[in-house]
Design a protein around this ligand. Structure first.
Ligand code: 3PG
Length: 201
């Protein structure tokens, strides 16, 4: 999953009608994966619309925090899950789903706990607030087998520093789909931002 794109666009959709044009705008810019977050009442309908109408993009559900949310997202057509952190119940549900998932970890112990369960790819969240590039460099020694998708405070400016690390598979962020651009239906701007992000690696 970390190999699909240098950037995992983290998308918040307030109006379900925006989901398909946002996904198409990302595809037009060369980004073929989308993490649609379960943060608005229309999120599941948005996942369903993208899954049905934009086959060029791999649609995942983000901000999955409970087993129920994982089930609902899978039923809506999500092909993978991203979580901000992980609990025992959630991890069990994610494995049971049979779908790929990127669970969140922000500390060495959280990462080690996931690794104990066989998870080697995880979201490093919140990346900047947790120590950013310096933190990831520091833990690469003791945890060489793990790969991360740093998310939270990552931008087009600092993304190259993260992507230069051997333990970083991709970065995640909302900057490709600014909420104001989505609200203004400025899908051309999203394509431009996607093109810039797609060229990062
Ligand atoms: C996430 O849920 O992954 C973060 O909210 C993304 O953070 P960002 O807005 O700093 O990219």
């Amino acid at each position: 999953m970390l190999e699909l794109s240098p950037v995992m666009p983290v998308v918040v959709v307030d109006d379900v009608a925006d989901a398909v044009p946002v996904a198409e705008a990302l595809v037009a810019g060369g980004i073929r994966v989308i993490e649609l977050t379960l943060r608005t009442p229309v999120a599941l309908a948005a996942i369903e619309a993208v899954a049905a109408q934009v086959p060029e993009i791999v649609i995942g559900a983000g901000t999955v925090t409970t087993p129920d949310e994982a089930k609902q997202a899978a039923d809506a057509g999500a092909k993978f899950f991203v979580t901000p952190g992980c609990t025992d119940r959630l991890l069990e549900a994610l494995f049971a789903s049979g779908l790929p998932f990127l669970p969140g970890a922000a500390s060495v112990s959280e990462a080690m706990r996931l690794a104990e369960h066989g998870v080697t790819a995880m979201k490093f969240f919140p990346a900047e607030a947790s120590g950013g590039v310096a933190y990831l460099k520091a833990i690469a020694g003791p945890l060489p087998g793990l790969r991360f998708c740093p998310t939270g405070g990552v931008t087009i400016k600092n993304a190259p520093e993260y992507l230069a690390l051997s333990t970083v598979g991709c970065v995640g962020g909302t900057w490709l789909t600014p909420r104001d651009a989505v609200a203004a239906k400025d899908f051309g701007r999203i394509t431009e931002l996607a093109r810039e992000a797609a060229a990062l690696r």
